[in-house]
Design a binder for this molecule. Structure first.
Ligand code: ZN
Length: 89
């Protein structure tokens, strides 16, 4: 029985880690930090992490100051430069 429990625990941990990585990747695709999202998933709950990551607004980087700005923004809120590039990451 002890072995089965250990196996189950190891399997749960593997799934937990993998799902956390997926959550991190989703966050990364939206311009957020992969490691921060991954750590958050690991500490809390990977499923919650994925839901939060999916709910995040997609961000792009300002081409002048490299800060995150919303894709709909026409002006960078950090440096005030015109964000006139179209739909490009
Ligand atoms: Zn900027």
């Amino acid at each position: 029985m002890q072995e089965v429990n250990l196996l189950g625990l190891g399997l749960s941990f593997s799934i937990w880690t993998v799902v956390s990585i997926i959550g991190g990747k989703i966050a990364q695709n939206k311009g957020r930090s992969f490691w921060k999202a991954w750590a958050l998933c690991m500490l809390l709950n990977p499923l919650i992490g994925i839901i939060v990551a999916l709910a995040l607004n997609r961000y792009k980087n300002c081409q002048f100051c490299a800060e995150y700005v919303k894709p709909e923004a026409t002006l960078c809120k950090h440096c005030g430069k015109d964000q006139a590039f179209e739909g490009v990451e």
